[in-house]
Design a protein around this ligand. Structure first.
Ligand code: CMC
Length: 432
């Protein structure tokens, strides 16, 4: 409910309207413009949604100026230090931290939905061996609606819950199948005695001809990365899931749309692009040349892993991942990682550069994550898939929140039309 109003006056007509100012639990207030067209006959214009709150949400809060990120009120630093990915998934989906029993039941349910239908598994054989894994993952996720339609009534809360557990459980299996297909190796079935990330590493790296022991440190590092990627309020892929889902489309279709949106280099694809860029830079003495390119608009080159629409300060996730790089690389025996050294130097130099300082461009979550994925043996083309696995939890939580809201409407933006005014059709023979 609004406790104050903003007065809008059209000086030409003298028409006044009162726009309610709505205050959330924390963060800046928003102007409710729902009646602006009825009152004043205008729409609002905000390309890229720079200042538009597209929805109300109780899931995640970001203060971009202060570098704060909280899920359901819990700061990301506390979750990263004390929680597990499965627990964070529960928190995002259900709103509170689970009791010990609730966590056990949730983990058991996720553990028992990990297999995918064998026919779905055969889809992978239809892809070219060098297909990008994101292409396979988005296609197979969309295809899940052809297999699990018995529980796809979006108005049935139990169906929605089964969907949520299914997709969270099966997305690592789908990702691993995409990876194994690209290697030409046999698919490795999930193991329900392993936890979420250990199972994922097992499906990625085990082969039938020898025993594979999951490295506990590697599984713990992956778990932490997944916590950091689990949700990030109304980012491009989450907004895509909401928009697709707002049409009443089945949830697998909506999540598949989210996977596709995440793929772009301005979003989740940045983690892959960062390592390409670091390799391209090659050595510390080349950094000034590439910084100059990043500042030159005509060079069409951006410092990948730098900058963020919301953070105008350090991305708190990047800070945690940078500290984690030191630990993980030391533990996994690759402490002298030249790309990590180069990334540290690039960050140091960029953060002293007036261009980056004045635009408040800091390293984001993707700047260091690829270095850890590489150290875990995950190939570059799979980096964005790893992001998609973790973000599936956020997508599902937002989809659930939207669908269970009785006031949900189809998302349908307006536009400022600048095309031709009405003109008459001219027969082809008469066109000059
Ligand atoms: N390198 C060089 N200049 C940059 C960069 C960069 N990475 N990012 C922004 N700028 C400049 C931009 O050219 C503009 O300068 P000017 O004011 O002179 O025109 C100014 O900073 C503001 O940039 P913007 O493009 O208006 O900012 P945005 O909010 O629309 O874009 C972004 C945000 C993340 C897409 C952008 O910073 C970017 O392209 N970064 C590189 C890609 C990247 O790391 N993406 C991952 C984002 S975090 C994880 C995720 O969302 O998945």
């Amino acid at each position: 409910m609004a406790d104050k109003n903003f007065e809008l006056l059209d000086p030409a007509s003298g028409k006044k309207s009162l726009l309610p100012v709505r205050q959330g639990t924390v963060g800046p207030a928003v102007l409710d413009i729902a009646t602006i067209n009825k009152d004043q006959g205008v729409f609002t214009f905000d390309p890229g949604f720079g200042v538009t709150a597209a929805t109300e949400s109780k899931i995640t809060y970001i203060d971009g100026d202060a570098g704060v990120l909280m899920h359901r009120g819990y700061p990301i630093e506390q979750l990263a230090e004390k929680s597990s990915f499965t627990e964070v998934a529960y928190l995002l989906l259900y709103g509170d931290l689970p009791t010990a029993q609730a966590l056990q039941e949730f983990s058991l349910s996720i553990g028992h939905h990990t297999m995918i239908n064998e026919s779905l598994l055969r889809f992978f054989g239809g892809f070219h061996h060098n297909a990008h894994p994101m292409a396979m993952v988005s296609a197979v996720v969309a295809s899940m609606s052809a297999f699990y339609h018995d529980t796809m009534d979006i108005n049935n809360p139990r169906h929605r819950e089964i969907f949520a557990h299914r997709i969270i459980a099966k997305i690592p299996t789908i990702a691993a199948a995409a990876y194994k297909h690209s290697l030409g190796q046999p698919f490795v079935y999930p193991r329900n005695d392993l936890d979420y990330c250990a199972n994922l590493l097992h499906m990625f790296f085990a082969v039938p001809c020898e025993r594979y022991e999951v490295d506990a440190d590697a599984a713990a590092a992956l778990d932490l990365l997944f916590i950091l990627h689990a949700d990030h309020e109304q980012n491009a892929s989450t907004s895509t899931v909401r928009l697709a889902g707002s049409t009443g489309a089945n949830p697998y279709a909506a999540i598949s749309a989210g996977v596709s949106a995440l793929w772009g280099p301005a979003h989740g694809g940045a983690n892959e692009a960062v390592l390409d860029m670091l390799e391209q830079i090659g050595s510390v003495d080349q950094i000034p040349k590439y910084l100059a390119m990043a500042k030159d608009k005509s060079a069409h080159f951006r410092l990948m892993g730098f900058g963020h629409r919301v953070y105008k300060n350090f991305d708190p996730r990047a800070k945690i991942i940078r500290a984690m790089c030191h630990k993980v690389l030391a533990k996994l025996g690759s402490a002298d990682n030249p790309l990590f050294e180069l990334a540290l130097k690039l960050e140091e130099i960029a953060l002293k550069d007036e261009y980056f300082v004045s635009r408040k461009l800091y390293p984001n979550v993707d700047f260091y994550s690829g270095i850890i994925y590489s150290a875990l043996g995950i190939p570059r083309s799979m980096f964005t898939v790893m992001f998609a696995i973790a973000r599936t939890v956020g997508w599902v939580a937002h989809w659930q929140e939207m669908i269970s809201d009785p006031s949900m409407r189809i998302g349908r933006p307006r536009q400022l039309y600048t095309g031709p005014v009405q003109r008459d059709y001219v027969a082809v023979a008469k066109r000059g």
